[in-house]
Design a protein around this ligand. Sequence first.
Ligand SMILES: Nc1ncnc2c1ncn2[C@@H]1O[C@H](COP(=O)(O)OP(=O)(O)OP(=O)(O)O)[C@@H](O)[C@H]1O
Length: 661
Amino acid sequence: MTSDLNQQLGNLSVQDTHSASGNISEGNGNGRSQYVPPHLRNSRGGGAGAGSGNDEGYRRSNSYNGNNNGYGNGNGNGFRRSGSGTGFGGSSGSYSSNGYGNRSYSNGGNRGGFGGGRFGGYQKPGVGRWTDGKHEPSARNESLELELFGTSEDTSFQSSGINFDNYDEIPVEASGEGVPEPISSFTAPPLDPLLVENITLSRFSKPTPVQKYSVPIVAGGRDLMACAQTGSGKTGGFLFPVLSESYMNGPAPIPESHGAFSSNKVYPTILVMAPTRELVSQIYDEARKFSYRSWVKPCVCYGGADIGQQIRNLDKGCDLLVATPGRLKDLLERGRVSLANIKYLVLDEADRMLDMGFEPQIRHIVQECDMPGVNDRQTLMFSATFPRDIQMLARDFLKDYIFLSVGRVGSTSENITQKVLYVEDEEKKSVLLDLLTAGDHGLTIIFTETKRMADNLADFLYDQGFPATAIHGDRSQYEREKALAAFKNGSAPILVATAVAARGLDIPNVAHVINFDLPSDIDDYVHRIGRTGRAGNVGIATAFFNRNNKNIVKGLVELLSEANQEVPDFLTKIAREGSFGKMAPGRGGRGGSSRGGATRDYRRQGSSSGSGSGWGSSSSSAGGWGNSSGGYASNNGGYTAPTPRYDNSSYGNPSSTNSWW
Ligand SMILES: Nc1ncnc2c1ncn2[C@@H]1O[C@H](COP(=O)(O)OP(=O)(O)OP(=O)(O)O)[C@@H](O)[C@H]1O
């Protein structure tokens, strides 16, 4: 695949030139020679047979009502998520909502009959219980297993790739007092046997580095801030230990002050917060797998969806709540959720949540509601990037924590072959078409900076005969789910996305990520390209760079170098051009210097790492780049210190007034 790309890029002749125009559309001899670049169409008297032949002709409005394009509708299921995986707890209407799993019936702190005797012995398939201080897993259920775990042939499930074992080579740094020894395999003990069975059903044969460390850290009662490369199993990194411990220890008793029969309120043991709907849905799907047959019932809540339905699902019981902060705040205000029993608080993509302006909601949820204080819960933060200022903020949420970094903080996986092309804005569509035409890369995600451009580009590609769909914050939840489903099932193998799809999404077979527009923050680049090259699979990331992206050039050069990727000459040259002190700080800007030093465990700044693993000195390349108190990089490269880069007015998703997403 990589050699295909190289050949393809060679044909494009854009690597080392500042002008990619002119001959790109001609003479690549790849079977789409009739294609005329859109920006040249008028001058050439219209399209030569490809697509609609006019730039104005992007037929589709934002509404995407689905009847003019066949976007992914080949499967006849109307893009609805299949019942599997997103059933919100999925029980049929036959359960009464009161008391089903309601811990107010528990006895002496033990979870009451979750599906147990209170229903004449009926136990919902795949749902265990905690009775009299003991965990009673349910019997196995073949059809549910098939739904949750699929088969090894099923390509809609991510399987680990040829480079999976290479994760073991990545240097790990764990700082903090008393770091426990990592585990080396999924065994019981130390893991709970039921969890090990579920891991086996998931066809995971050995833990990734972040999982190896997180299991004993959490088992030892410690808090954790974990930073590991995209696609390296962070979700399991928090789910495995918190589920395992929960299976062994059961739920906490409901505080007496809450009354014995506080109906209509759930008391989850585990709370996972993440920034976007798609991500919380995905975490929920994973939680369903690993909580199979256990007493732990997962639920998911996010904005933009019917809150009534979510409340009805909560009423059926909720032990592990996965939520976006905005919706959770709403549910807390309505008195439907109590956090009094939280033993484990997980913040996934923590830096992004703060970046998006979620900090007030998160602080409210964590510090001003009824959640146990920092000393009475365990708190885990996970991301592939941890800017220094986010680490500083974490001081309020974590206690005596272990800072774990697998590889250099914010680094990209070597499983991703990165290419940077110099492409002027007006030439991007041409180059994109040639890239898409020249290779069959499987599923491709194309990132744009604005929602408008995402729509525009999806329409353009569609008109050019490329089945594309779009996902961004202005689309309804239904449209977003529909687009993702069409992308996943391959009926629209090109997804044009804004940053809303940049984080956490784990879609099998994404072979190519194209940064049509580069982000203004290098961390965002790291997450975007991380949609490919996951779980040891290989992938390609191509970026269109021009002088408008100068603000991230230094971070980009550093990233490419440390991931052993080719650094094009034009990039090195621009990076040397010297005026960077004035520019937006890119990665380091949210708290400091450049990529290197600013992002290690801030508690150890200036000390040596002690890992002896080539992890090296800390703040090597500050270079007057950024400043330690700097604000967020704004879209246009200026500083706008206190303002969140994204407005989160609706579901914690950037608002429609902000054209970014
Ligand atoms: N131990 C394992 N063995 C095999 N596959 C695994 C293992 N752990 C996780 N995976 C798979 O690897 C893929 C990536 O995992 P995950 O989504 O947790 O990555 P991540 O580190 O959270 O990435 P991101 O930073 O993008 O959120 C998933 O498909 C997951 O099922």
